[in-house]
Design a protein around this ligand. Structure first.
Ligand code: SAH
Ligand code: F3S
Length: 471
C-alpha cells in the first residue's frame, strides 16, 4: 500500500541532509542497504556514522526469527533519546519487519515515522519529504518486476575485496516455517546483462570476489522479466532464449575469468546436475555449496514443505561428492520444529554424521506470524527440548568442523586476502575456495591479493597457514 507519496513536490528539497543507516539480518539486507544508500546519494543526502548527527535514521530490519525483531525494538528504544533532543529527525524502519508489521509498526513504535518494505526503496526520498510535511509515511507494496537492476549499489559494507550481487528477489517456495515469502514477495530474476555489468564494474574497482545472492539461486530463470510463476505466459522465443542458474553462472564465470565467484543459497529441491557441472568446469567458481537441509527426517521435511526427502538430499550430497570431491558443503538446520520427535531429531544427527558438513547455521524453531506453520501446525516442542536438541546439533557440528579442517592440513591452497586477522596484527585473514578462513603471516602481501598458502595447523573454525615462499 502506498501513502500519498505522489502528492509531494520534488522541489521540496533541503540542503546538506545526512542519513544514518543500520542493517540487520541476511546478506540480502546488506546488499539492499547499499541500494538504499545509492538512492539517497542521488537525492543529495550524505552519510553519517553518528546517529546523533543525522537528519534521517534508517534501520534495515530482519524478521526471520523473533529474536531479530526484539533486537530491533530495543534499538528503536535507544533512539528515543536522540529524538528527544532533535524532535524533527525522521526515523524509518526498512526491510522485512516493516513489510510484516506494516501500519502496526507505526502504532506500536511511536518513535517511527517511516515504514518501507523491500520493494519500496525507490520511494524513500519522497516518503521522507512526506514526513517532513508532518505526516507518517508508509510503502509496503510488492513489485512484480522490480529488481533494482538499474541501481548501482554504493559499496560501503565489507572489505573492498568481496561484494554481494543480487540475482533474484523474493521467494516462491513457501517453506511452512519461513516468513520470507511474506516479507520479500514473489520471486523475480534479474536481467543477466545487468548482473554481468555490475560484476564488471566491481572488477574495475578492484573487487576480486562476488557472491551471487538469492533466497534460492537454483531457481533463477530469466526470460525477459516478470515473476517466475508467470514463465508459462512467456512467448516461445522468450522460452527458447531463457537462462537458468547454470547458464548465468557460466556467463559470469566466462565474462570475469579472474574474479572469484560464490553463490548463496542453494535449494536441495532445485539444484541441478547442470549447475554442478558448471562448477567443475570453471576454476574461478568456488568449491562450496550452502545447502540448507533444515531436518534429517522426511516426516519433518514434509511438514516444512521442503519438497525433498532425506533420501533425495543424501542422493544430492553423493552426486556433489562424486562430481566435485573437494567441495565444501554447509547447512542450515532448525531444531524443534512443530511435531519433531526425539526420533526425528536423531535422524537429523545421523544425517549430519553421514554428510560431515564443513560448517552450518543452527537455529531453534521460532513461530513467525502469518506463516503456514503458525496457522496450521502446533508449536509443541517445549523450549527446553528445543534448546537441548540445538545444543546437541551445535556440538556435533563443532566436532565435524574440526575434523573437516584437519583434512586441509598439508595442502597448498589459493587464499584471497580479505583483511587483518582478528587476533594478530602480524597476520592476514582470507578464505580458500571452500570458504574456510585461513590466517598466515603478512610478509609483503596486500589485501585483495591471491596467495598460495601451505596449511600447517587448524582449529575448528580457522586454518593456519604459511605462504609457500616461507615454508
Ligand atoms: N533461502 C534463504 C533462507 C533464509 S532464512 C537463504 O537464502 O538463506 C535462513 C535460515 O533461517 C533458514 O534456512 C532456516 O534454517 C532459518 N529459519 C527460517 N525461518 C525460521 C524460523 N521460523 N525459526 C527458526 N529458524 C528459521
Ligand atoms: Fe524461506 Fe524456504 Fe524461501 S527457507 S526464503 S521459503 S526457500
Amino acid at each position: 500500500m502506498k501513502v500519498e507519496s505522489s502528492l509531494i513536490s520534488p522541489l521540496h528539497i533541503e540542503e546538506n541532509r545526512k542519513f544514518y543507516l543500520e542493517s540487520y539480518g541476511c546478506q540480502m539486507n546488506l546488499y539492499d542497504s547499499e541500494i538504499v544508500t545509492s538512492i539517497l546519494f542521488d537525492e543529495g543526502f550524505s552519510k553519517t556514522s553518528d546517529p546523533g548527527q543525522a537528519d534521517v535514521i534508517l534501520i534495515n530490519t530482519c524478521s526471520i526469527r523473533e529474536k531479530a525483531e526484539n533486537t530491533i525494538r530495543m534499538r528503536l528504544a535507544q533512539f528515543q533519546s536522540i529524538k528527544k533532543i532533535r524532535p524533527y529527525i525522521v526515523i524509518g524502519v526498512l526491510g522485512c519487519m516493516a513489510e510484516l508489521l506494516k501500519f502496526r509498526l507505526l502504532e506500536e513504535e511511536q518513535i517511527v515515522d517511516l515504514v518501507v518494505g523491500p520493494d519500496g526503496y525507490r520511494d524513500i526520498p519522497s516518503l521522507i519529504r512526506q514526513v517532513k510535511d508532518g505526516r507518517k509515511a508508509l510503502n509496503v507494496a510488492f513489485s512484480k518486476s522490480d529488481t533494482y537492476a538499474d541501481i548501482n549499489p554504493v559499496r560501503f559494507i565489507g572489505n573492498g575485496v568481496t561484494a554481494f550481487v543480487t540475482i533474484t528477489r523474493g521467494c516462491d517456495n513457501m517453506c511452512t516455517f519461513c516468513v520470507v515469502p511474506f516479507t520479500r514477495g514473489r520471486e523475480r530474476s534479474r536481467d543477466p546483462h545487468t548482473i554481468v555489468n555490475e560484476c564488471n564494474n566491481l572488477w574495475k574497482k578492484g573487487y576480486k570476489e562476488v557472491i551471487l545472492l538469492g533466497q534460492n539461486v537454483d531457481s533463477y530463470l530469466w526470460y525477459g522479466g516478470g515473476l517466475k510463476k508467470d514463465f508459462y505466459k512467456a512467448s516461445e522465443i522468450q522460452r527458447k532464449t531463457s537462462l537458468d542458474f547454470a547458464d548465468l553462472l557460466e556467463l559470469v564465470a566466462c565474462a570475469l575469468p579472474k574474479m572469484r565467484i560464490r553463490f548463496s543459497t542453494s535449494n536441495p529441491s532445485d539444484m541441478s546436475e547442470k549447475v554442478l557441472k558448471v562448477i567443475v568446469r570453471y576454476s574461478n567458481i568456488c568449491k562450496h555449496i550452502h545447502l540448507p537441509v533444515q531436518s534429517g527426517s522426511t516426516r519433518v521435511l514434509k511438514r516444512m514443505n521442503r519438497r525433498y526427502t532425506r533420501e533425495q538430499y543424501i542422493e544430492l550430497i553423493d552426486k556433489i561428492r562424486c562430481l566435485i570431491p573437494d567441495c565444501a558443503i554447509s547447512h542450515d538446520i532448525i531444531a524443534g520444529f512443530c511435531g519433531e520427535t526425539e526420533s526425528d531429531h536423531h535422524q537429523t544427527m545421523s544425517l549430519m554424521e553421514y554428510v560431515h558438513f564443513d560448517f552450518g547455521y543452527m537455529f531453534a524453531y521460532s513461530v513467525r506470524p502469518g506463516t503456514p506453520a503458525s496457522k496450521r501446525l502446533v508449536d509443541d516442542v517445549p523450549d527446553s527440548t528445543k534448546k537441548k536438541r540445538l545444543q546437541e546439533i551445535i556440538d556435533l557440528q563443532q566436532k565435524h568442523s574440526y575434523e573437516g579442517k584437519k583434512k586441509h592440513l598439508g595442502k597448498i591452497q589459493e587464499v584471497l586476502i580479505e583483511g587483518e586477522s582478528k587476533k594478530s596484527t602480524l597476520h592476514w585473514s582470507g578464505r580458500n575456495s571452500q570458504n574456510a578462513v585461513v590466517v598466515f603471516p603478512k610478509e609483503y602481501y596486500k589485501i585483495g591479493e591471491f596467495v598460495t598458502v601451505n596449511i600447517v595447523d587448524c582449529t575448528s573454525s580457522t586454518l593456519i597457514g604459511k605462504t609457500t615462499f616461507n615454508s
